[in-house]
Write a protein that binds this ligand. Structure first.
Ligand SMILES: NC(=O)c1ccc[n+]([C@@H]2O[C@H](COP(=O)([O-])OP(=O)(O)OC[C@H]3O[C@@H](n4cnc5c(N)ncnc54)[C@H](O)[C@@H]3O)[C@@H](O)[C@H]2O)c1
Length: 336
């Protein structure tokens, strides 16, 4: 295959970013943009005169000229569209979160394996220079033993009607955790509150627990006038702060740590603090979505596993679904 013909379904808020990046990707041709809304398709042709568009989603999915389908529609539609596309022999890229239930994600994975097709999820952050730098720091051992992950993603957000704030905001951070920490978590605890009293939580806190002495925590809110996009990635030698609100200096590495000693007298524990420099590494440039589009196209052409594979999609949905159960049971520990 020398070129991949791609259909992009959903041209709402996020779809235009996908069309722009797939149109610029090597070995890729955006064959069709599809949406149920003729107004959205008119907007697409204003941006890309000559672009083929359609409101007949089934016809697009079954078009034999199309090799892959990119799905950027609301999450509750992901499963049906992706299932049809995989059954029609297409490779599929799903927007995050992959599906609205674990059972749906598992069924899609089974279909992709059966048909030998690439199934990937747009976990965009895995392609950012910041997250790739943090991954490299962990792998080369320079932060020491990876001990905690703490993420805050809060602002005055658009309150969704169908999913709570964790399903809306946490997929990015959970997928980053899944990318950075090689072991899988064992359980979650989550609490949340719905100030609109419709059962859709607008503030939520999630803890993800592991077998070993590592833990992850997520704070998500649609109700904060202060916008924070911050992540702490801590090891026993260094801590990395990823502040996505910073235009350029997104990553700071604190060469500061503490160690615990148990002296002769067993009942006393001593904590030593080491204060060091703060270092701001230079990050590579490039748009994350361009890297994501390239990975999808190359995975289709070579059969390799993409970075944001269906495993990452499934692991993320497992945590979100368990968190939802935990919230409804006032923070009860839910095993994964
Ligand atoms: N990766 C990211 O950083 C990122 C950012 C924003 C949104 N998203 C994800 O992108 C997806 C879409 O979000 P959005 O904010 O663009 O939503 P949106 O509501 O703005 O747009 C969705 C579009 O899909 C169309 N649509 C709805 N149902 C359809 C169907 N069955 N068939 C065809 N078209 C249909 C709608 O007409 C609309 O134009 C969601 O999964 C969301 O989580 C990802």
């Amino acid at each position: 295959m020398s070129q991949v013909n791609c259909a992009i379904i959903g041209f709402g808020y996020w779809g235009p970013n996908l069309v722009r990046n797939f149109a610029a990707a090597a070995d890729c041709h955006v064959h069709t943009v599809a949406d149920l809304s003729p107004e959205r398709l008119a907007a697409a042709t204003r941006l890309y005169p000559g672009l083929h568009t359609s409101t007949d989603i089934d016809a697009v999915i079954h078009d034999t000229a199309i090799d892959c389908v990119v799905i950027a529609t609301p999450v509750f539609t992901h499963f049906d569209l992706a299932k049809k596309a995989l059954n029609a022999g297409k490779h599929v890229l799903l927007e995050k979160p992959m599906t609205d239930t674990v059972a749906h994600a598992e069924e899609l994975i089974e279909l992709a394996i059966r048909h030998g097709k690439t199934l990937m999820v747009d976990h965009t952050f895995l392609y950012t220079p910041s997250v790739r730098k943090i991954k490299a720091l962990i792998e080369e051992g320079s932060i020491g033993k990876f001990k905690y992950f703490d993420s805050t993603r809060i602002n005055l957000g658009l309150i969704q009607q169908d999913v709570n704030v964790l399903w809306d905001l946490a997929p990015h951070d959970i997928s980053i955790l899944d990318f950075l920490e090689p072991t899988l978590p064992i359980s979650v605890n989550a609490t949340g509150v719905s100030h609109i009293h419709n059962g859709i939580e607008n503030i939520a806190y999630l803890s993800v627990n592991y077998q070993h002495d590592f833990m992850a925590h997520f704070n998500c809110s649609w109700s904060s006038p202060l916008k924070i996009r911050m992540m702490l990635v801590g090891g026993d030698h260094k801590m990395v702060v990823f502040n996505d609100m910073e235009p350029t200096e997104k990553i700071k590495i604190y060469d500061t740590a503490h160690s615990v000693r148990t002296p002769e007298e067993k009942q006393r524990i001593l904590v030593d603090y080491r204060v060091g420099d703060v270092y701001i590494p230079k990050l590579e440039g490039g748009e994350a979505l361009a890297g994501m589009a390239k990975d999808f196209i190359q995975s289709i052409m070579t059969g390799k596993e993409p970075v944001a594979s269906y495993r990452s999609g499934l692991n993320t949905v497992k945590i979100l679904e368990a968190a939802q159960h935990s919230i409804k049971q006032q923070g009860k520990e839910i095993k994964l």
